[in-house]
Design a protein around this ligand. Structure first.
Ligand SMILES: [Zn+2]
Length: 75
């Protein structure tokens, strides 16, 4: 399966997850922005989903923030 196919599929639904946000440290609802990137509903910061045994939501780097801003919104 190609990555593109997965991304297109992802845009067809709004994805929310429960997770601990690394920005505010709260157990929060995170809303998918694009694949792998989630926005915390508690503090509004963007996080990157990191799966390594357990799932974490990491703070995004400046480069990743720039990349995110350039993504077309599906809203
Ligand atoms: Zn947060």
């Amino acid at each position: 399966m190609s990555n593109n196919f997965k991304i297109i599929k992802f845009f067809n639904k709004i994805d929310t997850v429960n997770g601990k946000c690394e920005h505010c440290g709260q157990d929060s609802i995170l809303v998918a922005v694009v694949t792998e990137f989630y926005r915390c509903t508690m503090c509004g910061e963007d996080t990157r989903q990191h799966i390594n045994g357990s799932i974490r939501y990491l703070q995004v780097t400046e480069d990743e923030k720039k990349w995110l801003r350039n993504q077309p919104s599906e809203k």
